[in-house]
Design a protein around this ligand. Structure first.
Ligand code: BV8
Length: 249
């Protein structure tokens, strides 16, 4: 089916869908200039993200891990959400029931205006006391002293994110599976679909009979199971889908 027809078909599905759930990964922020995890730019000082985003790495060298997060905070703080984020924020306002489940910690969905956002892996602009568990907002770039210490008790602060080997917030995860199982249309945007348990959410949607739409320049393990694939950057294709939707409204 030619691209324009697929876009029109999808726009009509969007127009008639009751419940829409979107799962996003690092790829939706790539066009904002944020390095993805597994892309060529996913390296930092020869370290891979999976090596640094772990409790063991933090235990061994909190300074190194904080230098990585501080570097990421500096990049994220200097960039803007892109048209892909903004289209999704607009759909939340115009569709009856719409939510975003994101693996990203950059906060860009909320900065673009989305409100119904579930952050599976936490948020890079929050820090947590390793002693008391208190969570603080912290938007300082650079963060100042590295590693930062709790203002209340002086213990090490850590990024309030979920590292590999750590369990997700069960409330958020249960909500994510519920919203995946209830939707009639699920978009999977900018994720390599290898990180669990996030990568199982589209399978829950499929089992519940949802229509799956993947937006990713590359194929992923989910690709054979989706109903629609758009092999292009989300910042380009989402505005085109949005235009076709507006023609129906
Ligand atoms: C847990 C926060 C259990 C930190 C991150 C089975 C079940 C359960 C666990 C496991 C399991 N198998 C393996 C595990 C362990 C592990 C895991 O999944 N490992 C993988 C690598 C195999 N999972 C965990 O450890 C999870 N914990 O399950 O705990 C447990 C239970 C009880 C008690 C104890 C433990 C926790 C996982 C969370 C890890 N934290 N982030 C931080 O960010 O610093 S994950 C990290 O990877 C980011 O969140 C990132 O979003 C995520 C996934 O990566 P992607 O977002 O997909 O990004 P990636 O670069 O990979 O891909 C980008 C894609 O975008 C590409 O496909 C590219 O083509 C595309 N793209 C590029 N440009 C564009 C684009 N798309 C659209 N437009 C573009 N312009």
């Amino acid at each position: 089916m030619p691209q324009d027809e697929r876009i029109k078909k999808l726009a009509s599905l969007l127009h008639n869908a009751e419940k829409i759930t979107v799962l996003t990964g690092a790829g939706i922020s790539a066009e904002s200039g944020i390095p993805t995890f597994r892309g060529a730019e996913g390296l930092w000082r020869r370290h891979r993200a999976e090596q640094l985003a772990t409790p063991a790495a933090f235990e061994k060298d909190p300074r190194l891990v904080w230098e990585w997060y501080d570097w990421r905070r500096g990049i994220i703080g200097s960039k803007q959400p892109n048209p892909g984020h903004r289209v999704l924020a607009g759909w939340e306002k115009r569709r009856p029931s719409f939510c975003i489940i994101t693996q990203n910690i950059d906060g860009f969905h909320r900065r673009a205006g989305s409100e119904n956002v579930f952050e599976l892996h936490g948020n890079i602009w929050k820090v947590r006391c390793t002693n008391e568990g208190t969570v603080f907002d912290n938007n300082d770039t650079p963060i100042g002293t590295i590693p930062p210490l709790c203002p209340d008790c002086g213990a090490l602060l850590r990024p309030h994110v979920v590292w590999f080997g750590e369990s997700l917030d069960m409330g958020i995860l249960n909500n994510a599976f519920r919203l995946s199982g209830e939707c009639d249309l699920m978009f999977i945007i900018g994720t390599s679909a290898v990180v669990q348990p996030a990568a199982s959410l589209p399978l829950a949607a499929r089992e519940a009979g949802s229509i799956l739409v993947e937006i990713n320049p590359d194929t992923t393990p989910l690709s054979p199971t989706v109903d629609y694939s758009f092999r292009e950057p989300s910042g380009e294709i989402l505005p085109r889908i949005d235009k076709a939707l507006k023609d129906l409204e």
